[in-house]
Each structure stands twice: as C-alpha cells, then as structure tokens.
Write a protein that binds this ligand. Sequence first.
Ligand code: SF4
Length: 459
Amino acid sequence: MTLLRHTSKEIKDRSALTINPAKTCQPVGAMYAALGIHGCLPHSHGSQGCCSYHRSMLTRHYKEPVYAGTSSFTEGASVFGGQANLLQAFQNIFEIYDPDVVAVHSTCLSETIGDDMPQIADKAVKEGKVPEGKVVVTASTPSYVGSHVTGFANMVQGMVKGLATKKDKKNGKINVIPGFVEPSDMGEIKRLCKLMDVPIILFPDTDGVLNGPLTGKHKMFPDGGVTVEELRDTANSMGTLALGEWGSSLAAKYLDSTHKVPCQILGLPLGLTATDSFIDALRKMAGKSVPAEISFERGQLVDVMKDYHQYLYRRKVALAGDPDQLIALTEFLVSLDMIPAHIVTGTPGKKFEERIREITKDVPYKVNVKVEGDMFMLHQWIKNDPVDLLIGNTYMKYIARDEDIPLVRHGLPILDRVGHQYFPTVGYKGGLRLLEKILDAILTRKDRDDPETSFELAL
Ligand code: SF4
C-alpha cells in the first residue's frame, strides 16, 4: 500500500486548500537567525506552543539543543496585550540565563493584537529590566506573511536596525549576509573569504553554534556567532554582499539606505556559476585577486562535472524548497545538462518564477514551476510526468518511496539524516559534495536496475 495513496493523478485547481506545504512560518527563521548572534537567546513573543514547535524543529534538524524564551501568552494577554508578559520575561531571562542579547520575534497572535515590541523593549530598558551592557533587538515576524525565509530576513534586518552604528571612519571590512543556509555553509563562506584575504563581518553566523562539538561541558551560549560589536560595526564597512535575495536583501538595503554602505545582491554561491559570481564580487569589492587555491578547487569541480556528465545528461529532477536555494540548484542542474522538470516553493515572491524561466529558457523541456505551491502539487506532476531524481527536505521521502525515485536530501528540515550542518553545499567544495550526492543517488539506482549483463564494476 502506498503512503500517499490519496494523491490523484488528475490535477484540479485549488485556491483555499494547501496540502503538504513547502514552507513553514516566519518565527522559526527568525529563531534560527538569532542563534547566529554570539551569546543570544531568541525570544518568541506569543503563546508558548509556537516556541516549543520551533525549538523542536531546529533541534530535530540539528540534533543540538536549541534554547529560546517565550512570553507564554494566556487568554488575558491575547485580549489585553502582552506587554506585562514581555517585561516579566526580560527580567526572568537576564536574571536566570544571563545572555548578552535577547532577540525578540513575534508570532501570529502578538501580530494580530498589534503589540508594539520596540516600545515594550524600550520600556524594559527604562525600567532597568535590561541590565547595563545587555542588548535587546526586535523583529516583526507575522506568520501569515511569507514563510520561514521571510522571518529570517526580518530578523537579520532587525539586527542591523537595532545595532548598526555609524562612525567617522570606515573599518576596511565587507559585510557578508550568507542567507538562509546551514552552519557548514556559513563556515565555508568564511573560509573562502579568508583564502581571498578579505576581512568580513558575517551575519548571522550559526557556524560553531549548531554544529559544535561534544566536550563533556554544557555551554548554553556556544562560542560561535557574530558579536554585538561586529553588528554595530556593520554601518562602517566598505560594502555588503547579500547572498540570496529572499534571505539577505532586506538587511543589505537597510544598511545601504540608512548608513550609505553600498550593497550588491547576489544568488546563493551554490554550484559553479553562482560561486564564480560570489568570488568575482568579493574580488572587485575588496580589490583583491583570486588565489591559486580557489582556482584549484574550481578546477576540481569542473573536472568531476566533465567526468560524470554522461550519467547526468538529460536526467529529470523534481525539486521543492526555499526560493534562494531553488534558484541556485536549478542553475547548477542546468549547468550539468540535467532537466529541472518540476519546481515548487511555498514562499511567495513573483520574481521567483521569472528567474527560474530565465535560467531554464534553453532547456529542451516544458518546466513546471509553482510559487506558493505545495508537495501535493509536486507529487501530482511527478505522477503525470515521472522524474529520475528528487531534491528536497525529509518530507519528500514519502513521494520517494511511493514513486520509487531516489531522493537527495537538501533544505530545511532534514530530520532523518546527518551531514547538512557539517558539510557545506556552497562554494566549489560544496558543489563537489552536492554533485557527489546526486551522482551517488543516480548510480546506486543504476546498479540496482541494470540487468546482470550491464552491471559494471567501473563506471
Ligand atoms: S503559524 Fe502562528 S500559531 Fe502556528 S506556529 Fe507559526 S506563529 Fe505559531
């Protein structure tokens, strides 16, 4: 018996019903972003169910403890406002957990009743509920707008809105906003910038926070994360590179318009062409040349792309996930002569379809794209027009099993495998890893399906 046996082949237009969404709500993205500040406790201003769900989602994805406070709204607070809850929360949090920063985001409840979080935070400071030297930042993250990616972007903007402080002198650094990517990806971006000899401020930075070691000693606030000082200094950088329009452009534009830090918005540096664009932009903005080590890594990726091209050529792929990731993945698949046949994202944004159409304009195939689509839709497309490979999060495993198609796990959440927080998929090295995963899935299937007469030792 198939697990998704109620998914029909016949496609009917749906306007009100979403089934198996390809997104989740804003606060989880804001919580993830806040964890990328050193010494920060994220705080969810709403009822406590949201907070425990978002913590458990991140914990199951990272297999790491994820701490966050909540204003724990009751029915009374839901009617008369949550100011008293948040003021009490600040007092308790600083007394008991002693973070350097509390990053507050909202939920659909506090947004619907219209709580003014910056005003409440201000009141908390004036009443001495925020100790000297400690910091509060806020971001409005209504769950009925956008997705978790929007929440991430809002919190990243909240960081610079709350902290960026202009000085007379430039700091000689470049701000890099990595987008909604894994801690391993943030680590890889830092490594590439170091190889380029470019001093950067990377924010947020969850590397070392959600991929840390087991030492036998528990640290509520791990060593990683961008510091408050660095966030203040973002206003004095030479420029900002925002990686991924959906995840990073808000903060970059804010720094540009408010503090005159010029910004450039790029795609996520995933795959050959997108990594080239990132390295090139870094080179130009910092006035540096590309070192031999980076050219060597690029050459390795090109070598493997060429060596295995015959197994990838015209293979069809179905993808679901976040817009910045999907744009970069589609570009990578097209560069491998693969066919991104069906693509859905749950995150709204008109530009997404335009961008995908532009990337796939020379693909000899009718590509299905749905913005604010769901995995039910994706499954129906696959039933009508089967593919060779799926790329997406753990929820895709049901389609993979029912339709007997290999799945490469990529995106949020991955609940049943490890690796995403330790091994990057950005940069040339990350591209190599992603390519290895794609090839492994396709060649393992080939080994399973080939008749004995063509079951080859060497491929
Ligand atoms: S949709 Fe609203 S109620 Fe549900 S988890 Fe998100 S913030 Fe909470």
